[in-house]
Design a protein around this ligand. Structure first.
Ligand code: AP5
Ligand code: MG
Length: 204
């Protein structure tokens, strides 16, 4: 299987690049942010609880997102692999993900981290906020809190994956296509893929 953690701060382009990567490599896209927004839209109890935290730009509890990922993995047992977007975001989530994948006889292939400076992130999110309706895109204070949560709790995971020799950094500023090409280059090297993924055997 090809299992990729697409990593980066809020607004780095994780969702944008995930869409292109799942089409190219035929992977399942697992975005905990998207799943949580789905719960909010459906008006579930979990969604109601998560909404308060998300609207403030604060992480939701580890147990909630780990449970969501576990059930999505179970629902997609025959997939060629997964893109994890916005997960893991804490050390506890990273350890839990390794365990869930090991139980399914697979593992993370690599972590790709999109690097974008805070000024560009804020600009992108405020711009999207005009049209997205996402409460957490609406003002600079909430965006600042999202970036703070990322720096405090999530950015340290770069070390976690570096220790496993799985960390790769990618410039996240530029055109969407340029960034995509760079991501594909790293994936192809890490997974021994040529230009046509369907003709090669994936590791793991
Ligand atoms: P989540 O939904 O994951 O949001 P996020 O990480 O804050 O990031 P975004 O989705 O806003 O950005 P992105 O990196 O996907 O960028 P995008 O492609 O959209 O999480 C939301 C909340 O849910 C969290 O705050 C937390 O409360 C909760 N949550 C989620 N997962 C959790 C977890 N695991 N644990 C605990 N809590 C969790 O791009 C952004 C914008 O930039 C778009 O408008 C796009 O068009 C534009 N753009 C993209 N690429 C480029 C480019 N190259 N140049 C210019 N603009 C670009
Ligand atoms: Mg996203």
């Amino acid at each position: 299987m090809l299992n990729i953690v697409l990593f980066g701060p809020p607004g780095a382009g994780k969702g944008t690049q995930s869409e292109k990567l799942i089409a190219k490599y035929q992977l399942i896209h697992l975005s905990t942010g998207d799943i949580l927004r789905g719960e909010i839209a459906a008006g579930t109890a979990l969604g109601l609880e998560a909404k308060k935290l998300m609207d403030a730009g604060t992480l939701v509890p580890d147990g909630v997102v780990i449970g969501m990922i576990n059930s999505k993995l179970d629902q997609n047992k025959s997939s060629k692999g997964f893109i994890f977007d916005g997960f893991p975001r804490t050390a506890a989530q990273a350890r839990a993900l390794d365990k869930l994948l090991a139980d399914k006889n697979t593992a993370i292939t690599l972590m790709l981290a999109l690097e974008v400076d805070d000024e560009e992130l804020t600009k992108r999110l405020l711009l999207r906020g005009k049209a997205s309706g996402r409460a957490d895109d609406q003002n600079q204070d909430i965006i600042r809190n999202r970036i703070k949560e990322y720096n405090n709790k999530t950015a340290p995971l770069k070390n976690y994956y570096t220790e496993q020799a799985k960390f790769q950094s990618v410039q996240g500023v530029g055109t969407i296509d340029e960034i995509f090409e760079n991501l594909c280059g790293k994936i192809n090297i890490s997974s021994n893929l040529g230009s046509n993924p369907s003709h090669k055997v994936l590791d793991n």
